[in-house]
Design a protein around this ligand. Structure first.
Ligand code: ADP
Ligand code: MG
Length: 364
């Protein structure tokens, strides 16, 4: 099956006085993808979205939407935002204060379709965000979260093919945010839309997206399926940014052994793995939930000492030390270990990543 390219960015660069905010970015978003731009505050997510929308003009590069060139610095093309057929919702989701919820949602549809259809669309999109009973209220009579949901409904009502969303759930409390994620996911399944979504919240990116672009300082460090970004982070930055508690990094020295590799830790203990790792010094990255704690010595287990035990409801987070390195293990909730207890920590080869200390890239 051929995939249709919906949005293509090529060599996009954006400078503000004294800083390069987006640095020669390439990005290809396929039709019906839910792509999330994820990264820390200030990395350029909003700027990228505004560039796609046509609200910010890049200094270099080209943009295609539906195979139509909408921006080219070189060729002097810049299709205005209003002609790019996009639906947008930004962090500041200004509703008209003098209009009811109904009119706020209906406003963009008026004159474009029959009255009955407008009423039907407004009701449906408000129902999608669980705001159907608020149609007659004014924005000042709603909480921030409710206003945000009305803004979402307003965007959905227009039924655009591309939705650009900048942290649209940021004003909601945790419970409602989870519910709205389910609604967004459902909407993406039910409607024929391509979504470009911005968040700094890794969990939001993992739960919603078909593709995640992890950004750092105006550069995309990895563009992959969420499961890949989580399981095989392409760089130390991505590895460290994704996951809570964060991934462990342990210094190892590798050598070729028995058709695989031997990874020797600073303590002198070593781990035998099948995967090829060229000889040298590396950082072994492993997530807390991919380690197991044993209270008796086991082969291929690293000896450690429990430093602190943090029960976390569905699991227990155990801080331990291996020589002079700290390691975090997430264990099943019934695990019983005590401070200062000797433990043996085991690895699963399928869930370890090896990083080059200098290039900071994944090597195996
Ligand atoms: P994010 O959405 O990832 O938090 P932004 O895209 O909003 O990041 O901003 C990226 C960088 O660009 C920040 O350092 C920000 O201060 C800077 N920036 C954004 N807009 C402007 C502007 N209009 N003038 C100058 N600097 C800007
Ligand atoms: Mg932003």
């Amino acid at each position: 099956m051929s995939v249709k390219r919906k949005i293509v960015l090529e060599g996009i660069t954006k400078r503000f006085p004294g800083v390069t905010v987006i640095d020669n970015m390439d990005l290809e978003i396929v039709d019906r993808d839910f792509t999330t731009l994820l990264g820390p505050s200030g990395c350029g997510k909003t700027t990228t979205l505004r560039i796609i929308a046509g609200l910010e003009e890049p200094d270099a590069g080209e943009i295609w939407i539906d195979d139509r060139l909408v921006f080219s610095a070189r060729r002097g093309v810049n299709v205005p935002a209003s002609e790019r057929n996009l639906g947008m919702i930004f962090q500041s989701y200004a509703l008209w204060p003098h209009m009811t919820v109904f009119r706020n949602v209906a406003f963009g549809l008026e004159g474009k379709m029959a009255k009955d259809e407008i009423i039907q669309r407004v009701q449906q999109s408000l129902a999608n965000v669980q705001m159907a009973e608020y149609v007659q209220r004014y924005p000042s009579e709603l909480s921030g979260g409710q206003q945000q949901r009305v803004a979402l409904a307003r965007m959905l009502a227009a039924q655009p093919e591309i939705l650009l969303m900048d942290e649209p759930l940021s004003n909601l409390d945790a419970k409602l945010r989870m519910q709205m994620r389910a609604e967004l996911k459902r909407m993406h399944n039910d409607l024929d839309v391509t979504v470009v979504y911005v968040t700094h919240d890794q969990e939001e990116a993992l739960t919603l997206s078909t593709k995640v672009a992890v950004m750092n300082n105006g550069v995309i460090e990895q563009y992959d399926a969420p499961s890949q970004v989580y399981k095989n982070p392409a760089s130390l930055f991505v590895a460290d940014f994704m996951g809570n508690p964060q991934m462990n990094f342990l210094k190892v020295t590798s050598s070729v052994k028995d058709g695989g590799s031997e990874l020797r830790f600073a303590t002198g203990e070593s781990l035998q793995v099948q995967k090829p790792v060229k000889p040298g010094s590396f950082l072994l990255g492993v997530r807390p939930e991919d380690l197991r704690i044993c209270t008796e010595p086991v082969s291929q287990g690293l000896r450690g000492k429990v430093y602190a035990v943090l029960p976390a409801g569905s699991s227990v987070i155990i801080y331990a030390s291996i020589g002079d390195q700290d390691i975090i293990v997430r264990e099943e909730r019934d695990t019983v270990v005590h401070i200062d207890q000797d433990v043996w920590i085991t690895f699963d080869e399928n869930y370890i990543n090896v990083y080059d200390e200098v290039s900071e890239r994944l090597v195996s």
